[in-house]
Design a protein around this ligand. Sequence first.
Ligand SMILES: Cc1cc2nc3c(=O)[nH]c(=O)nc-3n(C[C@H](O)[C@H](O)[C@H](O)COP(=O)(O)OP(=O)(O)OC[C@H]3O[C@@H](n4cnc5c(N)ncnc54)[C@H](O)[C@@H]3O)c2cc1C
Length: 442
Amino acid sequence: MTVEAADHKNVVIVGGKLLVSRNKLTPASFAGHALANYLATRVPATYRVILIDRSAFALHAPAMVRAIVVPGTESRNLTAPITQETVFPANSRHRVLAPVAVRELSRTSVTLDTEFEGSTELPFDKCIIATGATQPHPLRQLAGTSLEDYRVILRHTQEELAAAKSVIVVGGGGSGVEIAGELSAHYPDKKVTLVHSRTRLLQTASQSTNKTWGFSYSPIPERLSSSLEEQLTRRGVDLALGERLVFPSGPVQDTEWDGTHSSLGQLKTVTLSSGRTIEADYVLISTGNIPNSSFVASADSGAVSDAGYIIVDHTLRVVPSSTESPLAGEYYSIGDVAATPGRKAASTANMEATALGKLLVAHLTSGKEMGQYSPTRMSGAVICLGQPHEGTDLGAGVYSFPWIGDVAAPQWILRRMAKDYFVNQTFFARFVGERKIGPEDG
Ligand SMILES: Cc1cc2nc3c(=O)[nH]c(=O)nc-3n(C[C@H](O)[C@H](O)[C@H](O)COP(=O)(O)OP(=O)(O)OC[C@H]3O[C@@H](n4cnc5c(N)ncnc54)[C@H](O)[C@@H]3O)c2cc1C
């Protein structure tokens, strides 16, 4: 513990409130990191931000769709180390703890899996849970995976996909469509089938308990789905819409799909719900997000929705199931893990981070009640179909504005996105520490 930290804590206690300490706790993520950046320069000097992540490196998730397909993309423009030096400026009182996982939540403290300042119990004044969601491996790193091991896994996936003759991508949400786009752009002669349970691409189940908020975004415009369907079909991608893979109910023959995913080793017959069959030697799962909320459910299962999202009120504060709940303290939640309104996307996570940052700063500086979050009704969905060859389609996007309606994303946005998924603007720019990072960091 530095002298600075000790001084800082003493000032907090002298601050006169019934607080054990004045730490704000956020896991590092799109939402958590953006919030940490916002708070770091604005919270009263008696507070410090502690940014925690169970991973030692952050992923630029939007670029993952390319990193699993195109050789060489696993080590550039994709990751960044989460360290004190990359996140906060020199001599900052704020702290980064990574790789450190939060194991348990109590009323005024959390339990870490690693000691910090001599203890695994870390007291807080506010705790913001922004632990995101898990996607099927390898679209996200598993907890505890080192960067070196993760790159090996990504290279292995690229090699297997390169060797595959026929790939089935399961899930026609944003990631699945982009993976089909990357595969068809990089391997124009490979057979790619995109299987989606809904009758049009990007149409998905509702992701959060928006009913709490009486708010819903406009649905994905049909013309965005049909534009992507036309473009993929022109490239030769086979679209199996309104279909599901039929998992075998018992033992299967060597030539039949056994329900596993990744490389199947040889061409196997995969049966779809309509009875249609496809020969494939690779099955890539890109279905849905599973919120990382199990440690919250362990503290209070009633604070988590059936779908696993952390229930929050209009101040983004976690709603405990009773006043006895460990979560009846100062817990907040934003991003993919929270049952906030809107599509689960980096843009939503960032908006929620800024909104919560403003509410917290106003509350901490004025001492008044927390204000309420009003989600914007603006939304956008931009889907890029890989690095285009001369004359090929780029993908499509739509921005939806209240009163104005839907506006198509301009081609330059798609071209820019196809280049590197806006890595500088939306990923590297988040790291404002004394050690600058860039493409060569991975
Ligand atoms: C393949 C793919 C493509 C995507 N493309 C786009 C796109 O083009 N545009 C867009 O807007 N969005 C896109 N998204 C969605 C976007 O990445 C997410 O919405 C965004 O990352 C959510 O941010 P978050 O901060 O809530 O969670 P994350 O960014 O997932 O961050 C959560 C963090 O919490 C950490 N964590 C989890 N559990 C613990 C714990 N117990 N203790 C400590 N730390 C923990 C994790 O290590 C992680 O760093 C994409 C996602 C994927 C997977």
